[in-house]
Design a protein around this ligand. Structure first.
Ligand SMILES: [Fe+2]
Ligand SMILES: [Fe+2]
Length: 188
């Protein structure tokens, strides 16, 4: 028997209105939902939440890897219920990640660099393309659109590289520790 932690059970209750008891005695769909969410949660805990929050590069790059892992699991998955749940987890995760960037990190860079922050505009355009791909994949989830999935995968590879080599280390190097910690603490 898995040892589910309380935060996970609370998350399932708030996010999916699903308790352990309901899932255990529930439909196949509910059991799958619970199992997939737990798998993603365990992975997130090991690689993400336990880390000290003092480096934007470490924190955000780890979230990239976490999202990559979910995307790969989604691409490999062949069972309808599991596929849907993995896609949902990926979509929720990447939307949260992009919101952190758009609302918290990018404004810091823009404020400091002004007109020299053209890279941010490029990254924002890529976020729009990521959102378009997500919409397309979501609409065709039943039949699966391998071309769109691989477009998203390639788009993300270049995008993440740009952020990991350009933006995140820049913030670590040029933003004062206090402001950086404050920004990191807002990413929940
Ligand atoms: Fe991004
Ligand atoms: Fe990112």
């Amino acid at each position: 028997m898995e040892q589910y932690d309380k935060e996970f059970l609370d998350y399932m209750k708030t996010k999916y209105k699903l308790t352990l008891d309901e899932a255990t005695n529930g439909t196949e769909q509910q059991i799958i939902k619970f199992a997939v969410a737990w798998n993603v949660w365990k992975q997130a805990k090991n690689t993400f939440y336990k880390r000290e929050r003092d480096s934007v590069a470490v924190f955000m790059s780890t979230d990239h890897s976490r999202l990559d892992y979910i995307l790969q699991e989604f691409r490999k998955s062949k069972k309808a219920g599991e596929t849907k749940q993995l896609f949902l987890e990926f979509k929720n995760g990447i939307e949260r990640h992009m919101k952190w960037e758009e609302d918290i990190l990018f404004p810091i860079v823009k404020q400091k660099l002004g007109d020299d922050s053209a890279m941010i505009d490029e990254l924002l355009l890529q976020h729009n393309r990521i959102r378009d791909d997500l919409k397309g994949i979501s609409a065709g989830l039943k039949t699966r659109d391998a071309a769109l999935e691989s477009d998203l995968e390639q788009l993300l590879a270049g995008h993440d590289k740009m952020e990991e080599e350009g933006i995140y280390p820049w913030i670590d190097d040029y933003v004062e520790d206090k402001a950086k910690r404050e920004a990191l603490s807002r990413m929940v």
